[in-house]
Structure formats: C-alpha cells, structure tokens
Design a protein around this ligand. Structure first.
Ligand code: PEP
Length: 243
C-alpha cells in the first residue's frame, strides 16, 4: 500500500431518519481511537448532511454526499452544487455510483464533469466504476471498467491524484456476492496501471462485511472499502474499520 492512507466510507443510500441517524452516529463515536490510521466517512442523504456534520463535528469521522450536480448554480431544479456541500462542511462525495449510472442514465462523461465540479469546490470525489455480471461472463470486465475510467484519466494526472476510485462490480452490490480478494486485487491492479497512478486510492465495494474485510484489505492494491448495507449497522461498520 506504500504511502496510501486507508479509507473506509459508508454509503447509506436511501436510508435513515433523524432519530435513527442520531443513534447510529452516536454509536460510531464511541470508538474514535480506531480512526487514526484510516480515513472514515459516512455518505448520507442530502437532507441529513447538516445533522451528520453537527453530530460528527470534532470527531475523526467525516461526512460525504452521495451525488453532486455538474452545475455551479442556476436554473437546475432539484440539484445540489459542490459549493453548497462545502458550505455546510461536507468535504466528500460519491460520484458515478452504479445505481446512478443504472437508474439515472449517468454517463462516464457526466461523472467526469462531476469530478471537476467537486474538486473545484474543495470536495473530494469518490468515483465508482464496475462491470455488470454479463460483462464479466463475457470476459469484458477490464474493457468496461477502462471505458468508465477513460474520461477521468483524460482529466490529467494532477486531477487523478486528488480523487479516490472505488471498484464496485455491480453483481456484488447488495447481493451478498463478494468478488474474491484475488478477483478484486486483479482488477485494482489493472485500474492502477491504467490510471498510471501509484498515489490514487482504490476502494473495493460490493457486499463488504466485517467477516470478509480483512482478507480484502490484505491485498496490495486495495486501499479500503465503500460499504453499503453494512454501514447501517454501527458495530458491523466499526469492525470493518478495525480490519
Ligand atoms: C455500494 O452500494 O456502494 C455497496 C458497496 O453496497 P453493498 O455494500 O450493500 O454491497
């Protein structure tokens, strides 16, 4: 892993309530000592960002959003800009999650535009890529992931060094199927080689649990995890951070 600091990010997706979030975040705060060698953050629905920022203030746990507009301001009803995220103390954002690509037809070009919008505002993007099951069955997984990465790589080495990537095979998200540590490592190595960056952190995502985290994190090119379902359980999430 050389000098790359580990990162574990929770993705709450469309889950939460004021009461439930408060309980979950308080539970995470009980174990602050673990976070020294590892960046930890929770990516929450927009409306709960101020709540999460307030509760986690002064702690080692940062707050992220799950999407961001490509636009800075103007007539874009329903959108939230990167500057708005930064304004309320949110310094991270997931972009190009497979659920956004699938259900909102987000293209890799749009994802690249979101990366620039985020970095412009001082918000670090976590850029998700990953193949569908059919791609892997056809032996196309590396091509598919490289196609998704191409517009990001085209932004240049300076930009690439400032973002985080997440490899999330779509067939492993929320399915209980995890890529084997070897499958994940192989793809992470390919991604690193393609991006020509030793520095960029590459997270693995797809049914990461406390029980499989350690073996994934033992791989040389896996720098942490993007955790969906398991991030809704404080004890499970903390065990992943500990791993
Ligand atoms: C995700 O959606 O980023 C994810 C990895 O989900 P899960 O951990 O639930 O598979």
């Amino acid at each position: 892993h050389s000098s790359r600091k580990r990162l574990v990010a929770g993705n709450w997706k469309l889950n939460g309530s004021l009461d439930g979030n408060s309980r979950l975040l308080q539970e995470l705060l009980v174990r602050p000592e673990m976070q020294a060698e590892c960046d930890v953050l929770v990516c929450v629905p927009y409306v709960y960002l101020p709540q999460a920022v307030r509760i986690l203030k002064g702690s080692a746990i940062a707050v992220g959003a799950q999407d961001v507009s490509v636009h800075a301001k103007g007539a874009y009803t329903g959108e939230v800009s990167a500057a708005m995220l930064a304004d309320i103390g949110c310094r991270w954002v997931i972009v190009g999650h497979s659920e956004r690509r699938q259900y909102h037809q987000e293209s890799s070009a749009q994802v690249a535009a979101k990366v620039l919008a985020a970095l412009d505002a001082g918000v670090t993007p976590i850029v998700c890529v990953g193949e569908q099951l059919a791609d892997r069955q056809a032996g196309q997984e590396v091509c598919v992931v490289q196609d998704q990465l191409e517009p990001i790589k085209a932004l240049g080495a300076q930009i690439v060094s400032r973002l985080v990537l997440a490899y999330e095979p779509v067939w492993a998200i929320g399915t209980g199927l995890t890529a084997s540590p070897q499958q994940a490592q192989q793809m992470h190595q390919q991604i690193r080689a393609y991006m020509e960056s030793d520095q960029v952190r590459i997270l693995y995502g797809g049914s990461v649990k406390a029980d499989n985290a350690a073996e994934l994190f033992a791989m040389p090119d896996i720098d942490g995890a993007l955790v969906g379902g398991a991030s809704l359980d404080a004890q499970e999430f903390l065990r992943i951070v500990a791993a």
